[in-house]
Design a protein around this ligand. Structure first.
Ligand code: UT7
Length: 332
């Protein structure tokens, strides 16, 4: 029987400390006005000294398991999307696995920077469809504050720390589909995922350190304007590809949950889709860009406050370093 991947619950975690634009403007040559107008960001959360990616990931995973009413012992795969692991190795996912009290199954990290969560969605969905996992905890967790050059005003104002997670379970396709589920009214679950990358654009967004090249951690470097240009094109393409693959029109989408990099990029994508602003979940104003964590953070907020309801069609899309980009369409 064909398996379908159902998202059973979500959770998220933000570090306690909030850094406002005003605070940043005391440290570097910037202003609240510039940051707000160019990005929509008003504040970001920053991890406490000693608080590491696995701490954030664990908190989000525990909340997701609780909301899904799933015990950690039932989980057979932990996938953690992060570009800021606790250590070069082992995978931060194995630390989370251990701290969840699991001694079975498998755990690994994936690295697609800001696209990490949609990459993870594809990985989880394909493991489930292949029959290799039944219950997956997928986490996006980042501590970008640790890889920022706090002297570089072009990048340090843009990012924040945080984590979000979902619990995904295999369900036999016919169980999850109601009698009237045909065409774009199909049953619950991950309907499709779409991934792309283009390594020829590596140098637009990268970290200038690493174990094999410099033996240092390094700092994030970005040619912002070029990344912006690629984001507008690639995100419009990926949305179109996803809608086409499912025989859907933009008006069929109930919620757009985009990667939160810049409010201007979000508005551009919604405009291209002809989607009213109220149908887009926006957290960039309060969270800034949390890379792989931004989609599950936004998703969890909209699920908990009741915007996303069972049966809603939710489109997630992201672009990040690589460049990588992708989308996932889910019937909630
Ligand atoms: O998540 C991964 C994907 N990442 C993204 O999608 C980010 C995409 N890029 C962006 O969001 C935008 O390009 C930025 C927000 C990074 C920059 O906005 P922009 O409108 O492209 O500005 P810019 O880089 O062209 O800079 C314009 C001016 C420059 O000054 P001059 O050369 O015109 O005098 C910058 O030096 O703004 C200056 N500037 C700042 N001024 C005050 C750059 N950063 C700041 C700052 N405060 N923080």
């Amino acid at each position: 029987m064909q398996q379908r991947s159902i998202i059973l619950g979500s959770g998220s975690y933000l570090p306690e400390r909030i850094v406002t634009n005003a605070e940043l403007s005391k440290r570097i040559d910037t202003s609240d006005e510039w940051i707000k107008t160019r990005t929509g960001i008003e504040q970001r959360h920053v991890a406490a000294d000693g608080e590491v990616t696995s701490d954030l990931a664990l908190a989000a995973a525990e909340r997701a398991l609780e909301s899904a009413s799933v015990d950690a012992k039932e989980v057979d795969l932990v996938v953690l999307a992060t570009a800021t692991p606790d250590h070069t190795f082992p995978a931060t996912a194995t630390t989370v696995q251990h701290r969840l009290g699991m001694s079975n199954g498998a755990a690994f990290d994936i690295q697609a920077v800001c696209s990490g969560f949609v990459y993870g969605l594809a990985v989880a969905d394909n493991f489930i469809k292949a029959g290799q996992a039944k219950t997956v905890v997928l986490i996006g967790a980042e501590t970008f504050s640790r890889i920022l050059d706090w002297e570089d005003r072009g990048t340090c104002v843009l990012f924040g720390d945080g984590a979000g997670a979902v619990v995904i379970r295999a369900s036999e396709a016919d169980e999850s589909e109601g009698p009237a589920d045909t065409g774009h009214n199909r049953g619950r679950g991950i309907l499709s995922t779409h991934l792309h990358s283009d390594g020829s654009t590596n140098d637009l967004l990268y970290v200038d350190g690493g174990p094999s090249s410099t033996q240092t951690v390094g700092h994030l470097r970005m040619t912002g304007r070029e990344v912006f240009r690629h984001a507008v094109i690639n995100l419009a393409d990926i949305v179109e590809e996803t809608l086409d693959a499912n025989g859907l029109a933009p008006e069929d989408i109930d919620w757009l949950v985009p990667h939160q990099a810049n409010k201007r990029i979000l508005d551009g994508t919604a405009r291209k889709l002809g989607l009213p602003e109220e149908k887009m979940v926006v957290t960039v104003d309060r969270h800034a860009n949390t890379s792989a964590a931004s989609i599950p953070l936004a998703l969890d907020e909209a699920v908990r406050d009741g915007r996303i309801q069972r049966g809603d069609l939710v489109l997630m899309e992201a672009m990040g370093g690589g460049l990588t980009w992708g989308a996932g369409l889910v019937r909630w």
